[in-house]
Design a protein around this ligand. Structure first.
Ligand SMILES: NC(=O)c1ccc[n+]([C@@H]2O[C@H](COP(=O)([O-])OP(=O)(O)OC[C@H]3O[C@@H](n4cnc5c(N)ncnc54)[C@H](OP(=O)(O)O)[C@@H]3O)[C@@H](O)[C@H]2O)c1
Length: 432
């Protein structure tokens, strides 16, 4: 390989500008390692008047992303625009026009992965997406290639840096969710609209992609359990700490019985002794357990201009090899070892249940009774000292139970006259 490969960047925001900047800085090194040089021929943006950093010859810009597809000298398009509908059309048209595609768009793949990869296979064109999951951590390549001979027993991931930063600050300082979010926004770790980060869906999009790739079928987003960190209080963090746990927004992906897999993304108690409990700040980490390789761990920055563009550049290199040899995977290959998500109601876990209750005899018996009616046992109970006359906080650690009965029992408990305010029910992960 020694040719120049024409690429088109659709998007010149945080990641697109990073790709351009890092290609300018390290393109020579990539060329020596790869024997091919990338040349950015067109860049699509929304606003042609916006000042750009780094500066770029103005003639490269277009406000119409279709210009990239129409240019016969562009062989690889890089979709870094964000959103879903417009990028979907763009990616589909690019595949149909015979371009290789690189994208960092997790929402697009989580919602339309099946359609996109079907088209990619039909047209024999690859779609690469390393940047879509965990920014600079090369987890897609690991799951797709390095562990190709493994059955995946489980994948656990801290996949959203914003929520991990917020939880770390709540743990370190004792502050509540709102001030921790405000601090993250001030430092540029959270968007002005942080909804997708804190409601769990950014991490869920990444979990859907990882699980689909690992288990060989595209997951239906409506079949997985997603819950965010907005309702967590400083006292949940402190009480979990007293019990020997850290709370993390954790993606849990696990092979189950009968070709089913379990996928949930929610605030989860992790034993302090587990390595994921010490992943702090904006960092991401993914623990993958394969039946041959055993336990593995991947750690790094899950977002940001440089880490994310590092992954985009790796995908460009892979696309370049494919152009030369016509040997590539399409980005996703289905297989028939698995094929459905376990119904949420049937998934089994331990739980943390925090309640505000009347401070009087007999209350615990009523709560234990409601759990017992659903066949659920209590592992331990703690009652921290109360500073509120007449009321108390109770924390119950609950035995392995199916989520359906546990949720029903929690609803019954919430309706008891002795229970004040909504209960807090969280999963506890044992990594068994
Ligand atoms: N930021 C990260 O750390 C990160 C990490 C991993 C993955 N990603 C993913 O990477 C993608 C890009 O993220 P980003 O943070 O770089 O976004 P961004 O900063 O908002 O940049 C988006 C870019 O796309 C352009 N654009 C938007 N709609 C367009 C359209 N219809 N036609 C032409 N250009 C259009 C914008 O043009 P203007 O500049 O004119 O507005 C802007 O240059 C997203 O899918 C995101 O989920 C981001």
């Amino acid at each position: 390989m020694s040719q120049s490969i024409g690429i088109g960047l659709a998007g010149f925001g945080t990641v697109g500008a990073g790709v351009y900047k890092n290609l300018a800085a390290n393109g020579g090194l990539v060329a020596q390692r790869l024997g091919a040089r990338f040349e950015v021929l067109r860049i699509a943006v929304r606003d042609l008047q916006k000042p750009r950093d780094p500066s770029v010859p103005v003639e490269l810009f277009t406000a119409d992303a279709n210009d990239l597809i129409a240019d016969p000298n562009i062989r690889v398009v890089v979709e870094l625009m964000g959103g879903i509908e417009m990028p979907l059309q763009f990616v589909k048209n690019a595949i149909k026009a015979g371009k290789s595609v690189v994208t960092g768009n997790k929402a697009l793949l989580a919602e339309h992965g099946q359609e996109i990869f079907h088209l990619a296979r039909e047209h024999r064109k690859p779609v690469f997406y390393e940047a879509a999951v965990a920014g600079g951590i090369p987890i897609i390549k690991v799951v797709r290639e390095s562990f190709v001979a493994n059955r995946f027993e489980s994948i656990h991931g801290i996949l959203n840096g914003t929520s991990n930063y917020i939880l770390t600050r709540m743990t370190d300082t004792g502050m509540d969710f709102a001030p921790a979010l405000a601090e993250a926004q001030k430092l540029g770790y959270a968007e002005t609209d942080p909804s997708l980060d804190v409601n769990g869906w950014d991490a869920a999009h990444k979990a859907i992609i990882l699980a689909s790739l690992a288990y060989g079928f595209w997951l239906d987003p409506s079949k997985i359990f997603v819950s965010g960190i907005e309702q967590l209080t400083a006292s949940d963090i402190r009480l979990s700490d007293d019990l020997g746990y850290r709370i993390k927004l954790l993606a849990t992906i696990r092979a189950g019985e009968d070709k089913a897999i379990e996928v949930r993304v929610c605030p989860t108690l992790i034993p302090k002794s587990h390595v994921l409990a010490s992943v702090n700040g904006v960092f991401n980490a993914i623990a993958v357990r394969g039946d041959i390789v055993g336990e593995t761990l991947f750690y790094g920055r899950g977002a940001g201009q440089d880490p994310t563009s590092s992954s985009v550049l790796a995908d460009l290199a892979e696309a370049a090899v494919g152009l030369e040899t016509s040997r590539f995977c399409y980005g996703f290959t289905s297989h028939d070892l698995y094929g459905k998500c376990q119904p949420l109601e049937e998934s089994v876990s331990r739980y943390y249940l925090r309640l505000s209750v009347d401070d009087r005899p007999g209350v615990l018996a009523q709560i234990a009774g409601a759990l017992g009616e659903s066949g659920i046992g209590i592992l331990s109970v703690i009652q921290p000292e109360s500073h509120c006359e007449g009321s108390a906080v109770l924390v119950l650690m609950v035995h392995d139970a199916q989520f359906g009965p546990m949720r029903n029992a929690t609803e019954k408990i919430a309706a008891l006259a002795c229970v004040k305010g909504p209960p807090m029910l969280l999963h506890v992960e044992s990594f068994a």
